[in-house]
Design a protein. Structure first.
Length: 145
């Protein structure tokens, strides 16, 4: 028995409504939203007496999903929303898109900002990093040709 698929990536956010708005404008689809508060969840996460709001967003027509989680209790520990791309740990999410400029135009009003610049990678992809909610780094790749 082996791994069958990557089901989702969990991302802790400080404002679930703003994060959902950002990722929906980015191009993902809201799959559902719920409140989680249970002994079972506390035992899995080792976060005692937790209450969280969760939204699942997915790639349209695909299997890729993000689980956006805002802990209501206990209060989340702040991370470094300006951590550079070479900081240890889960550092970025990557998406192939049809139009980098279009995506950037849609997410800027929701706080999306370029980390560096849009570059041409060996005439195969246009690439960039952008920061989304809570400093999440998102890589965009637009195939050339």
């Amino acid at each position: 028995m082996g791994i069958r698929q990557l089901d989702h990536v969990g991302v802790i956010v400080s404002d679930l409504t703003a994060a959902v708005a950002f990722f929906v404008e980015f191009g993902l689809e809201l799959e559902g939203r719920m409140t989680m508060e249970s002994d079972l969840a506390d035992r899995i996460t080792a976060v005692g007496q937790a209450k969280s709001e969760i939204a699942m967003v997915r790639v349209p027509g695909g299997d890729g999903r993000l689980e956006l989680i805002q802990y209501l209790t206990p209060e989340s520990h702040p991370g470094d929303s300006h951590a550079p791309a070479n900081t240890l740990g889960l550092r970025h999410l990557a998406f192939q898109v049809d139009d980098i400029e279009g995506v950037l135009d849609r997410v800027r009003p929701h706080g999306g900002t370029l980390v560096g610049e849009v570059v041409n990678y060996e005439d195969t992809f246009r690439l960039c990093y952008l920061r989304g909610p809570d400093g999440i780094i998102i890589e965009l790749a637009e195939k050339i040709g």
